[in-house]
Design a protein around this ligand. Structure first.
Ligand code: NAP
Length: 308
């Protein structure tokens, strides 16, 4: 048995409840882990709110919050290869099994071993935000010295992308609110306050012929405001808003495999990527962490640390 934060119906934060659940039993392609840390992501509240019913509309209740975790394998499903009980891993949870819980199920093909030196709190942030950053960077495949605008640089995806892009020699510019100026500057990126009345003019002045790529992590009107700043529509990529295709752009192609998790784990362990964890929470305060992410103005990554 372990404590979990989940819901019996779709809705706002009021539908969330802590409860005790038996350890789930892994199917042939899954692993059961003892969760050491779990990342908090916008997808968690979107799933709870019923905004992405194609992902969880048919799943039984209660569904548990959270899609990414690091921990130690307890049991390995019969068809999972390359993993064993006792391994320290990070990975994507089975949707509905959740990660705001003491134990959970990860998908074997989307789970990777982590270096001994990597803390569980860091490793827990790899599957969702950091691998999205690596996926989108590989997708735009810009040459050394090219310019990249990150719309919404101050969140989990944006700050990871800024560091990875800097390491590849790209000139990075990012939009965020003024509270995130220092966080953004620490990545080496140029900061533009999106609340400035002349924000778009400032961006145009930084790249008079347009940016070689624009990666959007905000969506909606904010995406539309920056869309024309990409040199060509095909180099406009959104990680969260599928309506980018209406503008001629594309969505990020996610890989979700073990290899991309291992690559990001190595980048973290070798000091090339800091997940920018701005706060850790005990499981009993996981609802506060999710509320901050749901406010759409969290900084960097928020992580639930089971040792707290
Ligand atoms: N496709 C995928 O697999 C995938 C994976 C991860 C994330 N996503 C999506 O990508 C998006 C970002 O995820 P995340 O994890 O980075 O979220 P996050 O950590 O919650 O960060 C969101 C950031 O957006 C910023 N923001 C809000 N309004 C803004 C605006 N008008 N202009 C510029 N920045 C603004 C906020 O900073 P300020 O306080 O500065 O406003 C905040 O730091 C979400 O929509 C998420 O669902 C998709």
């Amino acid at each position: 048995m372990s404590t979990a934060l989940g819901y019996w119906t779709f809705g706002g934060a009021e539908v969330q409840e802590f409860f005790e659940r038996p350890d789930p039993v892994p199917g042939p392609h899954e692993v059961l882990i003892r969760v050491e840390a779990a990342g908090v992501n916008p997808l968690d509240h979107h799933l709870r709110s019923g905004h992405v019913l194609e992902l969880n509309g048919e799943l039984p209740f209660p569904q548990v919050l959270g899609m990414e975790a690091a921990g130690t394998i307890i049991t390995v499903g019969a068809d999972v290869t390359g993993l064993a009980a006792g391994d320290r891993v990070t990975g994507f949870a089975l949707t509905g099994a959740g990660t705001y819980a003491g134990t959970t199920l990860l998908l074997g093909a989307s789970t990777a071993r982590i270096p001994d030196a990597l803390p569980a709190t860091w490793a827990a942030t790899i599957p969702v935000a950091s691998t999205t950053a690596l996926d989108v960077l590989d997708q735009v495949a810009l040459p050394d010295g090219a310019s990249l605008l990150i719309n919404g640089i101050g969140g989990g995806v944006g700050l990871a992308l800024a560091q990875l892009a800097r390491n590849r020699g790209l000139a990075v510019i990012g939009t965020a609110s003024s509270a995130k100026r220092d966080l953004v500057a620490a990545t080496g990126a140029k900061f533009v306050d999106y609340a400035s009345t002349d924000a778009i003019a400032q961006l145009q002045a930084l790249a008079p012929h347009g940016f070689d790529a624009v990666v959007d992590a905000v969506g909606g009107d904010s995406l539309r405001a920056v869309a024309d700043l990409a040199k060509t529509p095909e180099t406009l990529v959104s990680v969260g808003d599928p309506s980018v295709t209406d503008l001629g752009g594309v969505t990020v192609h996610r890989r979700l495999d073990r290899k991309v998790l291992e690559r990001v784990a190595d980048l973290m362990a070798s000091g090339q990527l800091d997940p920018n964890i701005t706060a850790t929470y005990p499981l009993r305060r996981a609802d506060e962490a999710l509320a901050l992410v749901e406010s759409r103005h969290a900084s960097g990554k928020l992580v639930i640390d089971m040792t707290l």
